[in-house]
Design a protein around this ligand. Structure first.
Ligand SMILES: Cc1ncc(COP(=O)(O)O)c(C=O)c1O
Length: 474
């Protein structure tokens, strides 16, 4: 493909992308292809001769598109969003065009320095303490793994990486029973052992109970075990519960335990002064993560990880083989020493485009709009005699279920709600997912897609009510 042909194809694709976004609602939100159908449509052997771009694109439309779930559709209310925006998309185009690999300062000084600047912006925008320093990771799972590895290394006086962990059996990590599975995964692969993850029970609003945390820590110390890290959630995955940070952080500082904060989804709400109460106690925290790729209109992947003491992080990860040595003075950042991967994408560019293009006030407006949509949905549920809320609505996630009056058997209610979920998703008009809260099958609906408006939420709610009548004869 020469540059002229590239120009022609790229213009065509930009038109296709613009049409896609204008017409995204015409696609079934959740792909309904059968398992294996895409795979079997792809030849088992790669082409030997070059293929025509028109032919490749035709297959993209005919084979790939049917197998796509449309996360950018305003009918997408599932999981947490992985939302995008046009400024972010433009930056991703440029980043792809440059094809830079930003592992070290000198491999693209602008990428490193823009990352430093944008992380400082994010710190100011979210109200994190000035002394935090930030780095972009791919995902919250990676950020949390970095936090747990750093906490582990700090506990071993940074000897674990050199000598292994045999002198440090019985390390313990604590999180709430509602914490995300990425914490368990991190504990599992950090050599701490999944059995050493202590899941603390939650109160009726799904928040960690600090007294039980302290009790567990005391017990463990008494038994000769070594508390290494507590992970507090600001916005759990199931119901966006906010753990009481002030109490948790004072426990951590009393027992000198690393405190990591997982605000993967709800951290974006810190852009709003009315949500800063969540940060009470942040001064004692050691690390904090939130994902602009979830609810800040920035393409996946983009996870903002902040640490109080970057030396600890760098001591855990730094490794400079001969082929990566350079003459550049030490005071520049080589971000590959701030995490697991060596090679790094130019992620700061999309954040820069997003923050400048929306402006802080534009971002705040969008976030407040999404929260207002959730509140609207909440009132419809509260008013409906056969539906009920199953968790407080703190941000833009609404947890609820269909509860026909007179049906009080827990298993039956779970079955009805599972059927309802399937029925609404099978229409292709919307997509919601579920969780279990206190063993109750819970429908989760998140109003966080970039382009979601009241009419989309209204249509989705009408559909849920309509389908409810088909799974149970009221
Ligand atoms: C609270 C919380 N933490 C961590 C994660 C994992 O995020 P990622 O996909 O960036 O690893 C999620 C994902 O939804 C989450 O909700």
């Amino acid at each position: 493909m020469d540059v002229d042909f590239f120009r022609q194809e790229a213009h065509r694709l930009v038109d296709w992308i613009a049409d896609y976004y204008s017409e995204v609602e015409k696609y079934p939100v959740k792909s309904s292809v059968r398992p294996g159908s895409v795979f079997s449509a792809i030849p088992a052997t790669p082409p030997v001769e070059p293929e025509d771009m028109a032919c490749i694109f035709k297959d993209f439309e005919n084979i790939i598109m049917p197998g796509i779930t449309h996360w950018q559709s305003p009918g997408f209310f599932a999981y947490f969003p992985s939302n995008t925006s046009f400024p972010s998309l433009l930056a991703e185009m440029l980043s792809s065009a440059l094809g830079t690999q930003c592992m070290k300062w000198e491999t693209s000084p602008a990428a490193t320095e823009l990352e430093e600047a944008v992380m400082n912006w994010l710190k100011k925008m979210t109200g994190l303490p000035e002394y935090f320093e930030g780095v972009l990771q791919d995902t919250a799972s990676t950020s949390t793994l970095c936090a747990i590895l750093t906490a582990r290394e700090k506990l071993t006086g940074f000897s674990g990486n050199n000598n292994g962990l045999s002198s440090y059996p019985g390390m313990r990590v604590y999180c709430s029973a509602e914490a995300h599975s990425s914490i368990e995964k991190a504990v599992k692969i950090a050599g701490i052992g999944r059995e050493n993850l202590v899941k603390i029970s939650t109160d009726k609003e799904f928040r960690m109970i600090p007294a039980l945390l302290e009790e567990a820590i005391k017990q463990d110390i008494k038994s000769g075990l070594k508390p290494v890290c507590v992970v507090a959630a600001l916005g759990t995955t199931g119901s966006t519960a906010v753990d009481p940070l002030a109490e948790i952080s004072s426990i951590c500082s009393r027992y000198k335990i690393w405190l990591h904060i997982d605000a993967a989804f709800a951290g974006s709400a810190l852009l709003l002064p009315e949500y800063r109460w969540m940060l009470q106690g942040i001064e004692q925290a050691d690390s904090f993560v939130f994902n602009p790729h979830k609810w800040l209109f920035t393409h996946f992947d983009c996870s903002a990880y902040f640490v109080k003491d970057s030396e600890c992080l760098i001591n855990t990860f730094k490794l400079v083989p001969e082929y990566l040595r350079s003459q550049i003075p030490d005071h520049v950042n080589d971000y590959s020493n701030w995490g697991i991967q060596l090679g790094r994408r130019f992620r700061a560019l999309k954040l820069w485009f997003v923050i400048r293009s929306f402006g802080l006030s534009g971002l705040q407006q969008k976030l407040r709009h999404h929260i207002a949509l959730a509140r609207e949905l909440q009132t419809w549920i509260e008013k409906h005699e056969h539906f009920e809320l199953l968790a407080p609505v703190t941000f833009n996630l609404v947890c609820f279920r269909f509860h026909p009056r007179g049906v009080d058997n827990a298993t039956e209610l779970n079955r009805l709600n599972e059927q309802l979920l399937l029925a609404v998703n099978n229409t292709g008009k919307m997509y919601i997912t579920h969780t279990k809260l206190k063993e109750n099958y819970t429908l989760r609906m998140v109003t966080g897609q970039t382009h979601v408006e009241l009419n989309h939420v209204q249509k989705a709610w009408d559909l849920i009510v309509e389908k409810a009548a088909t799974v149970y004869n009221l």
